[in-house]
Design a protein around this ligand. Structure first.
Ligand SMILES: [Zn+2]
Length: 320
């Protein structure tokens, strides 16, 4: 079977060169591939090249980008890369990466994060501690902190260059910001946790979710925003869909993320389409780039518009 125009069968993937990591089961449901799964493949596939030949790690919307081959799990529908960067390679690539939304105006970013905060706080007790992994420039944390009375706000953000911005935004709140996740959070103290566009990036998402579960109070909640491989945009664009990229070792569907959290002791409360806000010019230039078309000689309007880009917001609760 094929997906869009870049597919081959699973038998066609065979390389362990360049010290890449191998994963022999679906990270969501732990089913091993049978060999007959649909694949999503770039030309050439990343696993056939050395890391230095992959081009930009933050590969944007280019129609020419290279990525590791994705298997479509026959059991839960997740797309995952059986061959992917090893931890040392990933560490080196992320250390060189710039803040990835810097070109989007702050007002547009705030509007998207305020919507996430509204969704999260709808389910939150608003007490206990707050935790965010991948806090970016602190927009969601600020929105949630302003709406609640958290006794501690734990923020983890690997990009050290944005920490001063977090400090400025959270001034006056009882926050702690660190580069790396650590076991410093007392068990069962967090009522409200969030990971915005983080779980797509984790080579072992189950390990991180179990760490968060330990920190959560019984009935504590977690919001995850992630790309949805079953979205209309993903289906329309096939392998040209931008989330098929070097940074994502797997991509989720509502079913696959439900399977993942279900086996780790969470129950799903709500899954909704996420709304993003972007200047119209940003969206139109991105669409041209995805399709491999040149930029026009005129300038597109910069008015900020709401748009569904195939992302989903998933709220889960620690069960038991
Ligand atoms: Zn699966």
């Amino acid at each position: 079977m094929t997906e869009a125009d870049g597919s081959t069968d699973f038998e066609g993937v065979k390389t362990t060169a360049f010290c890449y990591l191998e994963r022999n089961q679906c990270p969501c449901c732990q089913t091993c591939p049978s060999g007959g799964e649909r694949l999503v493949v770039s030309s050439p596939p990343a696993e056939s090249l050395a890391p230095a030949q992959h081009g930009a790690f933050l590969s944007g919307y280019s129609s020419q980008r290279v990525f590791f081959t994705y298997v479509c799990c026959g059991e839960c529908g997740a797309r995952y890369c059986p061959i992917y960067y090893n931890p040392e390679q990933l560490g080196s690539l992320y250390s060189q990466q710039a803040e990835n939304m810097a070109s989007v105006p702050l007002e547009a970013r705030y509007r998207a994060q305020q919507r996430y905060a509204d969704l999260l706080m709808k389910h939150s007790t608003g007490s206990g501690s707050f935790l965010e992994i991948g806090a970016d420039i602190g927009l969601l944390a600020r929105c949630c902190a302003a709406a609640a009375d958290f006794d501690r706000i734990w923020l983890f953000e690997p990009n050290l260059s944005v920490h001063p911005e977090i400090d400025a935004r959270l001034a006056g709140f009882p926050y702690v910001v660190q580069a790396e996740w650590s076991k410093c959070i007392p068990a069962e103290t967090v009522s409200t946790a969030a990971m915005i566009h983080v779980v797509d990036h984790l080579v072992d998402p189950a390990a991180t979710l179990l760490n968060i579960r330990e920190a959560l109070q019984p009935n504590g909640i977690l919001l995850m925003v992630t790309h949805n491989v079953e979205s209309l945009l993903a289906k329309l664009l096939g392998r040209l869909w931008p989330p098929y990229t070097l940074q994502h070792p797997q991509l989720y569907s509502p079913k696959s993320i439900t399977r993942l959290v279900g086996r780790l002791g969470f129950e799903v409360l709500e899954i909704v389409d996420a709304i993003n806000y972007f200047p119209a010019s940003h969206l139109l230039n991105g669409a041209l780039s995805i399709l491999g078309l040149p930029k026009p000689p005129w300038v597109f309007p910069r008015q900020i518009v709401p748009v569904r880009l195939g992302n989903m917001a998933v709220v889960v609760r620690r069960s038991g």
